[in-house]
Each structure stands twice: as structure tokens, then as C-alpha cells.
Design a protein around this ligand. Sequence first.
Ligand code: SF4
Ligand code: SF4
Length: 438
Amino acid sequence: MATPDLSAAPAPPAVPPLPHYRRTRKRIHLLCFLIFLILPFFDVMRFDLPRQRFHFAGQELLINEFAIIFFTLMFLLFVVVGMSVVYGRIYCGYMCPQMIFSEATLEVENWIRKRVTKRWPKLPAPRRKLLSQAALYLLLAAASIVLAFVFISYFVEPRDLFVRLLHFDLQTAGGISGAVVTLITFLDFAFLRQRFCTTVCPYGYLQGMLVDNQTLLVSYRDEAHECIECQRCVRDCMMGIDIRKSPFQIECVHCGECIDSCAAILARLGKPGLIHYTWGEHGSIVAEESSWWRKLGIRDTKRVVVLLVTLFYLSGLTVALSMRKTVLIQLQPVRAQLYRLGDDGTIYNKFRLKLVNRGSTATQAAFAVQGIPGARLTLETNPIPLAAGETRELEFEIAAAPFPGASDVNHMQVTMQAGTEHEQFDQTFLMPPEGKRR
Ligand code: SF4
Ligand code: SF4
């Protein structure tokens, strides 16, 4: 019998490598969870409400440091808006704490159910269910305390919060908010989970307003009618939707699970998946883009503008942070009385001084005056001690005797040294007309 010539058989169609969005997403979830946990403990970002401070990138800012707070908020706003315009709901599926914890809760629930079934296979199903639920709620209660603690640490200093927690403080605003947030967290992850995304969360609705025909979507493309109706994409969708109906469903959080599922099923038949990340409903498939900037979503002028505006606010924030001084000083002359003449002929000019220590440690501000021979400051203490976060307002005088070459208005410099910070203020020292000096 003749052996069939296998080399002449048509080569099977090339199937692209399977996508692994689930694996990528789980790694990003872990990274985001760790970032969420550690940010408030390292003062990277916290609105410290009781102390009216804003911690950002290790800097402790006063709540009235307008420039920095303005640039921070604008930068964050443009990051959120830009993300929505370019990447749709990628934030929801990959980075949102609500999604991360909802999915984790679901996985823990399944794990507990399997463990209980394995351990007590003979128990009636309703009792096994009861046992699983009790174990889950116990675990969730403990997790809710930790999550609420981390969440409130974005608004209250963590050590302060820990002391309140140890004392079961249910009287102060901090303690009450802790208890309320713990309860809400528990109810949310025990009963609401992903339903939160389609009912309560405003971001999904906002995102609906920001999409255009170039925004990243999860789309079903089946021009050749190759769908085998296996329903695997529907079963694996944690939001319970059928992406084949429309890529614009509000429930879709662009997680990509259905992309993995369909690709895995059709790969068995030697075909590529039918669901993809695409730029807009009818635009190109992301994985097939050739240039890196188009892969990243920089596809038209609108996206370039969004990117530039975001970078503008980021630069503004960087400049504002780099120009920030720990000790804030405001120095103004008090001209209600132009000058005061002492019995010995010394001339006095009055000044008003405001000092704010915006740092987290105590410091001292030393003042000196230059440009007027023999001039001195009548400060009670010099250097002036300043505790962390302290604000001081005071009045003092600069005293000087008439000197050769003095005029009615003399220019001088008041200098301040606090640690490594040095500041100089140009001021004027007023004297009586020459004939009235002694
Ligand atoms: S339709 Fe697909 S991308 Fe959208 S939520 Fe469901 S699994 Fe995720
Ligand atoms: S997984 Fe793919 S083949 Fe199966 S129903 Fe969904 S789209 Fe069709």
C-alpha cells in the first residue's frame, strides 16, 4: 500500500499565540494592591484632615499651598480623563480597588466552598453552604478592618489611627468614620461586589461620556461567521454579559477575560479568537498594530493634546514642588508710622513677620540685616525657634543710627537662614529729613 505523502498535506492555519490578559491582570492587581497598602504609610499621598496637611511625594504641604494642590488635582484629573479617552475602562478592569477586592472575594469564596466540600463531603448541601458562608464572612470581617484602616490612612495619620483602633474609639470623628467604613467595606464585598460597578460607581457613567471612535474597546469580530456558540465567553465574564451583543455595554470593564476564553476555545480548532482589544468599534486590533505609539493609543491629535496637557500639569507640579521652601516667610513694613525716633537719636522702622514651619521637624530661623551700617533687629529671640507645623506672627523693629551718606529712603536686605534654606528680602529703611536727624 502506498504511503500517503504527508509533506503534500496543506499546512494547518497559523494560530496566533494565545493571549494571557488574565495573567497580566492578576499581576497588575497584586501590584496595585501593594501600592494601595503602602502609599499612606510612606507619606506618598495623604490628605491629613485632622492636621490640615496634604502629604504628596514625601512632602508635607499646608492645605493652603494652592499652587501645589492645584497642579496635583489637575494632574490627577487629567490622568483620569486621559485614561478614559484613550483606554476606556481599563482602569476598572486592571487597577480599581473595588474590582481587585471583588474578584479576590469571589475567588476566596470559591476556594472556601471547595475546601468545605472536600473536608465534609457527607454533610447535607445546605449545611455545607452555611459553613462556607460563615467562614467567608468571618474572613471578610477581618479583611474589612484592615482595608478600612488602610483607606482611612489616606486621611488620618496611620499611627494616630492605630491608637484609636486599639482603644475601640467610637466617640471621635476618626473612630466613628473607621467603624462606618469597616461596615461599608464588609457589606460591599460580602453582598455588592461587581454590582457596585454598574449601579453606584459614577466612573462607568463618566466613561460613557468620554469615549470616541478611537477609544480602546473589547470587540467581537466575526465576519466569517466562525463563532461556534459555545458560550464560553459569556460564562467566563464576571460581569455576566455577552460581549457579542455590543462593545458598548456599561457593564463591560474591559478586563479581557472573554478574549482569553474565546482564543483558548478556537485554538483547539486551529483558529484565532473572535474577541479582541480594538481601537474603537471598527478600528484596528491592538495586537496587530505595528508601531509602539499606536499600540500605546497615541493615534490622533486629540490624544496628543490630552497627553501634552497632562504633561503640562505634571511639569507644573514638579516645578512647584522643587520651588517649595520648608519655612514660609512673609515680611512687610508697618507704615502707619513711617519711623520712630529714640531719645538717643536712633531711628526705628517697624516690620510685621509671619513664619510658618511646613516641615515635619523643629527648626530655627535666624535673621540678619545688611546694607545699613550698624543696623540691628529688635527681636526677642534670634534665631526664632519653630516647632514642626508651627505658625508665628510677630512685630519687630530695625534700629539704626544716622550714618554718613544716609538718605530719607535707604535700601537694605533682611536675610533669613533656616537649616540649609536661605532667603533675602529687599526692604527700605526710612529716616527723617537730614535736618531732623540727631
Ligand atoms: S465582556 Fe469581556 S471584557 Fe467585558 S467584562 Fe465581560 S469578560 Fe471582561
Ligand atoms: S467563546 Fe468565542 S466561539 Fe465561543 S461563543 Fe464566545 S465568541 Fe463564540
